[in-house]
Design a protein around this ligand. Sequence first.
Ligand SMILES: Nc1ncnc2c1ncn2[C@@H]1O[C@H](COP(=O)(O)OP(=O)(O)OP(=O)(O)O)[C@@H](O)[C@H]1O
Length: 314
Amino acid sequence: MPSPDHASPILTVAGVSKTYEGGFQALKTIDLKIARGEIFALLGPNGAGKTTLISIICGIVNRSSGTVTVDGRDIDKDYRVVRSMIGLVPQELTTDAFESVFDTVSFSRGLFGKKKDPAHIEKVLRDLSLWDKRDNKIMTLSGGMKRRVMIAKALSHEPQLLFLDEPTAGVDVALRRDMWEVVRKLSEAGVTIILTTHYIEEAEMMADRIGVISRGQLILVEDKTELMRKLGHKELTLHLMEPLAALPEGFSDYDLSLSDDGAMLTYSYDTKAERTGIASLIRRLAEDGIRFRDLSTKQSTLEEIFVNLVEDRS
Ligand SMILES: Nc1ncnc2c1ncn2[C@@H]1O[C@H](COP(=O)(O)OP(=O)(O)OP(=O)(O)O)[C@@H](O)[C@H]1O
């Protein structure tokens, strides 16, 4: 897979804000650049402004201020060209129940003024494992298959940039994994992907970069691995040869905890710190005659990081 090209962004959002009629400010000032080829997850709780932001980029909601360019083209001045470069998979399923899968997807392509291309539609349907269902009426499909049809519609006109608004909200675990696979394949095929989610696990599994949005503000945009490294704490657990009745004395400099049965000693340390303190801890334990038979480490998950971030700001 080509690595994301940060030098020439496919999408630039500059100073975008939105106040809905009635005065509610859904977006403060959003600045964001998306690199060609990346998978970007916009992560935030309900009502944070995710749908508002992607609806603005897709030209469905008017912004109150700011500019949006796709591949260097302004979304207002070059509306039709820009719109044809974008595919949107909305949250709601909006398809004609009585049409066949093939016709629905072909029709979507026509909406963007593109010539009929049955070979392309076939490829899209095959990639999404919908080819066997091509003649089925939409209403006869399962919820998961309907979602795939929504993705097929969004890909019918060969967009470079695909938005998925909560692609796996309310779907079961197996289907969620299927959807992730679909997204990964699309990315490998060269489509830039922006997905919104409030599932931390989804952002963690899928994204190259993560933007955290809260109350209309992007509070953080970071490379996923960097985010986890920077904000993460690690835990070192020592599995002791002999259980301890209490925490050993004289170790107050170390953030230690003992399991209820006294058999495991856990040390939490900051991955940002210059020294982790592991070497000195192990030396001092050995001096005290505390021996261990095994050890394991655990990196904090994005979920823990996210909770910390939101707590820090409240
Ligand atoms: N048309 C509208 N008029 C007024 N307020 C609106 C409108 N649409 C959305 N809002 C408000 O703007 C805020 C952001 O909504 P938005 O749908 O963008 O959030 P979201 O992050 O996508 O959340 P969700 O995951 O629930 O879809 C919410 O408080 C919502 O009530």
